[in-house]
Every structure is written in structure tokens, then in C-alpha cells.
Ligand binder design. Structure first.
Ligand code: KG4
Ligand code: ZN
Length: 344
């Protein structure tokens, strides 16, 4: 870890999707507070995130969440060294709420503002979980919006070697869960159902491979295969075993994620692999990746579930390393819905 002369406190804000979150992080590694106001119950009514509702709810919650994060951390606002905020990728209206709040705070307190990439935040969640973890390493980021295989060359230096061609892994979980009537958010519901029952070998669903980069992913074919299977059962009057469908689907996703993650680490000679993003909290994925890493002699890192799904502590860690590199955002910082990793 980089040597500190003085502690650096980052107040971080995250509002890219359906969690309003704020946190205070010390030296990029230590969580002093991590407050998350989830909107999940609200969006569950509609079967998915409704962007306009998300923005409105963020506005309602943001000041309260920031206030709580500062109080729980036991620090005064003026002691904070910088304000970090997610400015992309994500829902534009949702991002804007966090960005505006961060700008207002930074301006009022006369503190530096640091715009952070959401995926960089997910990767940095591992630094909070493992204070000894240092780059370089390979990271597999699997969330509701992204599936990326990333080389973490150094703090703040990333090279994406694999990405999804269509649906993200989490998106596939959510769509399949909806099709079998489990509701939103699908990932945790499928995870829970399969942990209790379900045979992963009951139905053979495709493990998609795509032309081009061997590390790329494609999950829309798998999603269609599940939907076709369900339709066929319906037409033939066959009763669907939801747990078997969920287990077989989950196995098809995790097989591909593990295979690509391990191949990437092997090809590039990395002995460390870190999982990140909401889907990284999936029990079966964590187990399968751990087993594969053990076989390959790769050190396996995975954050606690609360640090896998969206939170602001991870933005505080990423913000710290960007701050240390001298990154400062101007008052013209804007939300960038399709921000690419490694771009500013
Ligand atoms: O990282 P995240 O909180 O938000 C984005 O940046 O997208 O990821 C949310 C995604 C959702 O698609 C959700 O269904 C999935 O992560 N997810 C899971 C699990 N927990 C959350 N997928 C599979 N198993 C889980 N336990
Ligand atoms: Zn996320």
C-alpha cells in the first residue's frame, strides 16, 4: 500500500442506478461509514428499475444519506479531504442527482471534487475487503449493466480485454427470473432458490462463445434458450420445474464466467483474480471460481456481498486513488451515462 503522511478522508456519493449511497473512507482502504438507501421495494412493483422514479427518489434521499454517512463516520464535514462521486456509467437522471449534490458540497466546503467511474468503484471494493491486495491483477466485473474482464495494471489503470456483446450477466439473471415468475431483482432470488433446490444438470442450456475476442461474453442466446424452453413446456402442457430451470441457467452463466476469468488470468500470467459487481455476490459463482482458482494456483479475491452490489464505500476507495494521482474534476463535471472504463 502507498505510504501516507496524513490520513486522507474521502466522502463518496453513489446514485447511478437504484441505490442512494454515501460513505466515508479512510486512505482508500478503511470504511468509516457506508450508508445505502435501497429503492428496490419501489421498483419491484414495476418488475425493474424505472429511471424517472429512481431520479426522484434519489433527490428525496440524498441529503439524508450524506448526513447519516458523515455522522456515522464520526467526522466533521470540514475534515474531509475530497468529495468523490460516480459520474458514469449509469442512468443519466440518477447520476445527475449525485453529481449535483457532490458539486454543491465541494463548492460550499471548498474541497476538491473527484469524478469516479462506477466500474472502477466495483473493482476497488476489493481493496476495502483485502487491505493487502495490490495491483496488478485480473478482475472479472459482473453487474446488472456490465460484464467486463479487466486487467488492473495499477491503481486507476485498466485495460478491458473482454466485454459482453449483448446482455450483461446480471441483466440475464433479472430477465430469466422474471420469466419464471421470481420477480425483481432476479439475481438474488435465483441464487436463493438454487441454494435450496434445483438440479443444475436438469436442462442443457448453451454456453455461448462469440467470434473475435475469446474473452468476450454473450448472454442473450442463453436467455432466449431459457425462454424457448419455457414456451415449449407451456405448449406441450409440461409443468416447469422452476428450481431446475434456475439452477441450469445459473450453471450456464457461471461456467462461462469462470472459464473466461481463468483463461484471462492464465494467458496474461496473473496469479491474482478479483471478482466484482452485483453478480459477484452469487453463491455458486463464488464457489466455482474459488475451486477453479485453487486448481490453477490463483489467489482468489471477492468482496462481501454488501460491497459487491452498489455502494458508496467502493467509490470512496476508487476516489482516493484518483485523488492521490492528482485527478480533480471541474465544476463542469457532468453525468456520462455511457462512460468507458479508462476514459475521463
Ligand atoms: O453492481 P450492481 O448492484 O448494479 C449495477 O451496477 O448494475 O448489480 C446489480 C445486478 C442485478 O442484475 C442483480 O440481479 C445482480 O446484480 N445480483 C445477483 C446477485 N445479487 C445481485 N446476481 C446473481 N446472484 C446474486 N446473489
Ligand atoms: Zn454497480
Amino acid at each position: 500500500m502507498l505510504q501516507e503522511e496524513k490520513d486522507i478522508l474521502i466522502l463518496a456519493i453513489e446514485s447511478s442506478c437504484d441505490e442512494t449511497a454515501a460513505a466515508v473512507v479512510r486512505n482508500g482502504r478503511e470504511i468509516l461509514s457506508n450508508v445505502i438507501a435501497s429503492q428496490i421495494d419501489l421498483h419491484t412493483l414495476y418488475g425493474g428499475v424505472v429511471p424517472e422514479i429512481a431520479s426522484r427518489k434519489h433527490i428525496e434521499k440524498i441529503n439524508q444519506v450524506i448526513d447519516q454517512a458523515v455522522r456515522q463516520a464520526g467526522v466533521a464535514l470540514r475534515e474531509v479531504d475530497a468529495i468523490a462521486v460516480t459520474y458514469g456509467p449509469g442512468l443519466v437522471g440518477a447520476l445527475l442527482v449525485g453529481v449535483s449534490a457532490a458539486k454543491a458540497l465541494a463548492f460550499a466546503l471548498d474541497k476538491p471534487l473527484v469524478g469516479v467511474h462506477h466500474i472502477e468503484g466495483h473493482i476497488c471494493a476489493n481493496y476495502l475487503q483485502y487491505p493487502e491486495l495490490e495491483p496488478p491483477f485480473m478482475s472479472l466485473v459482473v453487474s446488472g449493466g456490465h460484464s467486463h474482464l479487466v486487467i488492473v495494471r495499477d491503481y486507476g489503470e485498466y485495460e478491458v480485454i473482454g466485454r459482453t456483446r449483448d446482455d450483461a450477466a446480471g441483466e440475464a439473471f433479472d430477465k430469466v427470473a422474471r420469466a419464471i415468475g421470481l420477480g425483481y431483482p432476479g439475481g438474488p432470488k435465483i441464487d436463493k432458490l438454487v441454494a435450496k433446490e434445483g438440479n443444475p444438470d436438469a436442462i442443457v442450456f448453451p454456453r455461448a462463445s462469440v467470434g473475435g475476442s475469446v474473452y468476450d461474453f454473450s448472454f442473450s442466446g442463453l436467455k432466449s434458450a431459457v425462454l424457448n424452453y419455457l414456451n415449449e413446456c407451456k405448449m406441450k402442457g409440461i409443468e416447469v420445474n422452476r428450481a431446475d430451470v434456475a439452477a441450469s441457467f445459473q450453471k450456464a452463466v457461471t461456467d462461462v464466467l469462470v472459464a473466461h476469468g481463468i483463461q484471462g488470468a492464465r494467458d496474461y500470467g496473473f496469479h491474482k483474480l478479483a471478482l466484482a459487481g452485483g453478480v459477484a455476490s452469487n453463491t455458486a459463482l463464488r464457489r466455482a471460481m474459488r475451486e477453479a482458482c485453487e486448481k490453477e494456483g490463483i489467489e482468489f479475491y471477492y468482496p462481501a456481498p454488501v460491497l459487491c452490489t452498489d455502494n458508496a464505500a467502493m467509490i470512496g476507495s476508487a476516489g482516493y486513488y484518483e485523488y492521490r494521482k492528482g485527478v480533480r474534476s471541474g465544476w463542469d463535471l457532468n453525468a456520462v451515462p455511457n462512460l468507458k472504463l479508462g476514459e475521463r
